[in-house]
Design a protein around this ligand. Structure first.
Ligand SMILES: NC(=O)c1ccc[n+]([C@@H]2O[C@H](COP(=O)([O-])OP(=O)(O)OC[C@H]3O[C@@H](n4cnc5c(N)ncnc54)[C@H](O)[C@@H]3O)[C@@H](O)[C@H]2O)c1
Length: 444
């Protein structure tokens, strides 16, 4: 089979590489010429474990190609995936301009039946806009009879585990109307079916809605636990014990129940906002999910507040070390990362900030330049620091040498924004631990 994937970001590049791995002939298209040039040189523009090897292998096998325009490749493909970004617009709604630009290019150039599959996360009803855009282009050309179809195939991969998620997903959701389109999608996903996972066909609005509902549920669990954690602190309970016992109930399950310094990334914040916006458009207030967003915005400031409370007069003039910048481990993605909010508040309030992240240092430089100091490793970051805060639970931060930290730091306070440390490990070194929702940890 021959497919084109338009938008070569996290989703497009991973999808393209994975489809080519199972034998599909894939061309990844992007308007960013620099990105395509780097990919052609064998350079992977994002950090995603295993992606570099997967891309090189399939490029070498002649199954994975790169292009800067859809027009170049359209004649030879049966399916076009649209995996471009859908960033939030000013009012919180998803900005569909990139998706519709791709639909326009598709409509201006198709010559035969081709399936347009939206993989980007788009609000319910977007398939109608895509269809109308393609039809308008065909009409301009006087080619209204060229057949095409629109489908929805939202992506559920997680950055950091994207290849595994794509190769053996919990489910593949496909919104489609015709039997012809369904057969094409079945064929494309058949190699993955051998692994016995589920492909779920449904109508287009349901497929579009599923993606938002799934992300909103995950975000809800996080904000719910953060709220519980904040109350735990007040009443003297430990959220880690509460979480473990809650999660043991099979009706609840243990995943996504971790309290911390708030969710970030390129999906949850924008998808939550877009769902609230869709609710407003249809006169259906999304009260639960609006509260989820509000709680999360507040939670992103909790680590800063804990740091500020450590010193009389706040953080002014204090040297604060931060471990972790990416919004979660195994990615360099800092979109909406809690670290950005913590850094902003620290700088605004006069602190000196020293940061270290195993892979997101360049991304941070790119975003905030030299406003902070970049340490060469995790221990370098804590030299002379008045306090240390952990913001991303990378593996290398899980079991640090507290002896080294205690020796090199000026202060003794550690704020654990991800609840991964134990008081019993720090105490012998004279260090104090402040977790999220863990009141007893603050005793020396
Ligand atoms: N990142 C994730 O973990 C994830 C997971 C599931 C779904 N999604 C959704 O998938 C979509 C893409 O997300 P992403 O993180 O891969 O985005 P991204 O920003 O990493 O990549 C988008 C790419 O699209 C390109 N692009 C924009 N307009 C274009 C056009 N007209 N023609 C060709 N290329 C164009 C950009 O240059 C960019 O390289 C979004 O809707 C997102 O919500 C993302």
């Amino acid at each position: 089979m021959n497919v084109a994937i338009v938008g070569t970001g996290y989703v497009g590049l991973v999808s393209g590489a994975c489809f080519s791995e199972v034998g599909v002939n894939v061309t990844c298209v992007d308007i960013d010429r620099n990105k395509i040039e780097r990919l052609r040189q064998g350079e992977i523009p994002i950090y995603e474990p295993g992606l570099s090897e997967l891309v090189s292998r399939n490029v070498a096998a002649g199954r994975l190609h790169f292009a800067t325009s859809l027009q170049e490749v359209l004649d030879n493909v049966e399916i076009v995936f649209c995996a471009v970004g859908t960033p939030p617009g000013e009012d919180g709604s998803a900005d569909l301009s990139h998706v519709l630009a791709v639909a326009s290019e598709f409509g201006s150039n198709i010559k035969k039946y081709t399936l347009f599959v939206t993989k980007s996360t788009v609000p319910v009803g977007t398939h109608k806009l895509v269809r109308a855009t393609v039809e308008a282009e065909l009409k301009k050309r006087g080619e209204e009879n060229i057949p095409f179809e629109v489908a929805s195939n939202p992506e559920f991969l997680k950055e950091g585990a994207a290849i595994k998620d794509f190769m053996s997903p919990d489910r593949v959701v496909i919104g489609i109307e015709s039997e012809r389109g369904r057969k094409l999608m079945e064929k494309l996903y058949r190699p993955f079916l051998l692994n016995n996972f589920r492909v779920m066909f449904m109508d287009l609005p349901s497929a579009e809605m599923t993606k938002y509902a799934a992300n909103a549920m995950l975000a809800t669990r996080i904000s719910f636990m953060n709220e519980i954690a904040n109350l735990c602190e007040k009443v003297g309970a430990d959220v880690n014990s509460v979480r473990t016992a809650m999660g043991a109930d099979v009706r609840i399950g243990g995943k996504f129940l971790y309290a911390g310094c708030g969710y970030g990334g390129s999906c949850f914040p924008k998808d939550v906002r877009a769902l609230i916006r869709t609710g407003q458009e249809y006169g259906c207030a999304m009260q639960v999910i609006s509260a989820v967003e509000e709680v999360n915005e507040k939670q992103k400031t909790v680590v800063y507040e804990k740091l500020a409370a450590l010193f009389e007069g706040g953080v002014k003039g204090r040297r604060i070390a931060l471990w972790g910048l990416a919004f979660k481990p195994e990615t360099d993605d800092m979109r909406c990362a809690p670290a950005l909010e913590v850094i902003r508040l620290l700088l605004e309030n006069g602190a000196e900030v020293v940061v270290y992240d195993p892979v997101a240092m360049d991304e941070c430089r790119h975003r905030i330049g030299n406003a902070v100091t970049y340490a060469s490793d995790m221990y370098d970051a804590v030299v002379d620091a008045d306090a240390l805060a952990l913001l991303t639970e990378w593996k290398e931060f899980r079991l640090p040498s507290w002896a080294v930290v205690a020796k090199t730091m000026k202060g003794v306070n550690i704020v654990d924004g991800r609840n991964i440390y134990q008081k019993s490990d720090l105490q012998p070194h004279g260090l104090c631990l402040y977790g999220i929702g863990r009141p007893n940890q603050t005793e020396k």
